[in-house]
Design a protein around this ligand. Structure first.
Ligand code: MV4
Length: 495
């Protein structure tokens, strides 16, 4: 007997497989949905049964709410897991799922709706005495209003969409003269992206760290945190490297921030898995928003706590009490995640869809790969470029870095350009080794300058490897790769 007999996973790629793995361990049958572009995808092969949900464009498939619910009924699924992205934070979908007598494996529609408004969230958390940055509480509707508020709190300020997230529509304003040129596009972007033009002004932190706390809360009000993750290495608000715990965390700071994170969850009457996002700067932290979903980077929290967050989600959604107390969870070691995207980091991260010609994933001590690709798989241009998550755990941060370096070196993906060379460069950078990661890390570091060299080496290495693999000379291939690596190391160490 398990929590559910059958669950439909309303997603694709690595996260669909991740949820199916938890279901398989729990003895729950799985239903995959797939677009016409994904009919040969790994998540369809992995599931117990699959249904075509529509054509490739997400609006016709993975966002096709009515068709997804229809398939859930047709397949006999009792619950739906949304993964992340797509419908994961769509309270209308969650409401429909529940109205249809199915279980939504995620937060309640009510808390999802409340947390979807940044202004509503800030008001709620400010009343609960959680630190928030100075912000225009009722939003701003005109340039004069925005200027008046900004003059009170002092520039620089940042304009944000209340219904937004992930940095969409954000505009930094350094002085009064820039306000008009910033406000109008922000309101237009908010209207077109979220159907709500409400924007607000907030004090801008110039070089903050992005630190978030994982929350687990059952439907009976038991709420715990599973510690912190640092997600500061981003490009245009797309995270690239995450680590747990944050390298700057101290027991005292973690005590204060985790207490605030649990307060945020309880104030929002949050249930299931969620993430409370803070900005940290100069010893102070400020609540930003709640991500009311399972996050891509949940993996590194699983690595340092040993807790399967997806299984916890399923149990909570089935009405179970949390079996964990705060005293039961602790941090062991350090974990890092590198997002492997089918993008060319040397060519402004241009998406590089295509067919996977060679694929060899790393392994060995402390390595985890969550991916949805295989040799012969064609990466579609219709969906986001994340093709795999490479995670490394070590007993210390330095061991995690060393393992990540090794795993990146072992990873062979031929046929599309990927962010592997970028991760190689980041993992070998002194700034990263020193834990000096803030939200402008990539922009301000030399990494993007030296990247072409790494990418070139990576290309050479891959071609050497592919040539040898083609002739079946695996040993020669690995030794050739080792030689390139050794030469690279010698070059790097100047010896
Ligand atoms: C900020 C900020 C600095 N000051 N707000 C980005 C998306 C969302 N998670 C919140 N974000 C930020 N909000 C204030 N008042 C910095 C970020 C931020 C960021 C900003 C620019 C470039 C990259 C960034 C990466 C993470 C967070």
């Amino acid at each position: 007997m398990s929590y559910f007999d059958k669950v439909l996973i309303a997603n694709r790629g690595e996260i669909a497989i991740r949820v199916m793995r938890a279901c398989r361990e729990l003895g729950i049958e799985t239903v995959a949905i797939y677009s016409t572009a994904d009919k040969n995808a790994l998540h369809v092969k992995y599931a117990d049964e699959g249904f075509c949900v529509g054509e490739a464009p997400p609006a016709k498939s993975y966002l096709n709410i009515g068709r997804i619910v229809e398939i859930a009924h047709k397949s006999g699924a009792e619950a739906i897991h949304p993964g992340y992205g797509f419908l994961a934070e769509n309270h209308l979908f969650a409401e429909l799922v529940e109205r249809e007598g199915l279980v939504f494996i995620g937060p309640s529609p009510a808390s999802m709706r409340a947390l979807g408004s940044k202004l509503e969230s800030k008001r709620m958390m400010s009343r609960a005495r959680v630190p928030v940055l100075p912000y225009s509480e009722d939003g701003v509707k005109s340039v004069d209003e925005a200027r008046e508020f900004a003059s009170r709190i002092g520039y620089p300020v940042i304009i944000k969409a209340s219904a937004g997230g992930g940095g969409i529509g954000m505009q930094i304003v350094n002085e009064e003269g820039e306000m008009e040129r910033a406000l109008v596009p922000s309101m237009r972007m908010a209207e077109s992206a979220f159907g709500d033009a409400t924007v607000f002004v907030e004090k801008y932190l110039v070089r903050p760290r992005h630190i978030e706390f994982q929350i687990l809360a059952d439907r009976q009000g038991h709420t715990i945190h599973l510690f912190d993750r640092e997600c500061s290495i981003q490009r245009r608000h797309q995270k690239l490297v995450e680590e747990a715990p944050s390298p700057i965390m101290t027991p005292e700071l973690r005590g204060r921030m985790s207490e605030s994170a649990v307060t945020v969850a309880k104030t929002a009457r949050y249930t299931n898995a969620g993430t409370v996002e803070f900005l940290y700067s100069g010893g102070d932290y400020y609540f930003m928003e709640v991500n009311a979903r399972l996050q891509v980077e949940h993996t590194i929290t699983e690595f340092i706590t040993g807790i399967d967050i997806v299984k916890q989600q399923i149990a909570i959604a089935a009405g179970e009490d949390l079996q964990l107390e705060q005293a039961d969870v602790s941090i062991r070691g350090h974990a890092i995640e590198c997002r492997i995207n089918a993008e060319d980091p040397v060519n402004n991260f241009a998406a590089d869809p295509g067919k996977i010609l060679r694929y060899r994933s790393p392994g060995g001590p402390g390595i985890r790969i969550d991916s949805g690709i295989h040799v012969g798989y064609s990466i579609s241009p219709h969906y986001d470029s994340l093709i795999a998550k490479l995670c490394a755990w070590g007993s210390s941060r330095m061991e995690a870095i060393q393992r990540m370096r090794r795993a990146i070196y072992e990873y062979v993906i031929l046929g599309v350009k990927t962010t592997l060379p970028l991760h190689h460069a980041i993992m070998h950078s002194e700034e990263f080794a020193r834990g000096e990661t803030h939200t402008h890390f990539l922009k301000e570091s030399r990494i993007m300058e030296i990247l072409p060299r790494y990418a070139g080496e990576e290309e050479t290495r891959m071609k050497t490897l592919a040539a040898s693999l083609r002739q079946g000379k695996e040993i020669a291939a690995i030794s050739a790769a080792v030689n390139v690596y050794v030469r690279t190391q010698e070059k790097r160490s100047g010896s």
